[in-house]
Design a binder for this molecule. Sequence first.
Ligand code: JF5
Length: 227
Amino acid sequence: MKIDAVTIFPEYFAPLKLSLLGKASESGIVDFHIHDLRHFASNNHHSVDDTPYGGGAGMVMLPQIWGLALDPIMVDDTDLIILTPAGKRFDQAMAAKFSTARHLIFACGRYEGIDDRVRQYYSSELFVGRNIRVHEVSIGDYVLSGGEVASLVMIEAITRLLPGVLGNPESLNEESHNHDGYLEYPNFTKPSIWRNIAVPEILLSGNHAEITKWRNEQAQRRAEKNL
Ligand code: JF5
């Protein structure tokens, strides 16, 4: 999978070199390219934004600059992801869907966001015919200062699903352990008593049928929020 990100702060993407993502990149499973939007700014001040038509607070990112940045990387069969608090909520199902994509582009807005004509332009029939899809995505109901951290969240959730990235792929798919991608029962390890708190007896019993039953009950309680 190829992943491009366009940003005025390329340094935000330094963590892509670390841990699981770093290894996935070194092994060629994923190919990251981070682009500095400011390189496409042409005036003396290298401006990437201007005041909003219709008035109001803040600044809006210039469509011409985004067009120059996106045109050369917008190949056939691409999913362009625009991060915005107003987008469709990112969840595990969306991560699974994007993990089957060939090419993702993350457009990281700052200020009040990107001129909406960028979304409109790359959503047009011409691009639909080239298998280019545009998605406005939110990682949650809060406002960040830019799309960079939201992109990192999505990149981590998506790339860990790629074949060969996780050491133990069984932990991804085991139905009884998997509820939207995370464990919902409480976990314990050594020592069996820590600061006078004991691990539940059942987990030390070796009775795997009873352990599975107990874990399912715990997961159920947590799902019902009467923890
Ligand atoms: C952003 C305008 C983009 O704040 C976010 C965000 C919140 N949830 N998901 C994404 O993105 C940055 C802020 C303002 C455009």
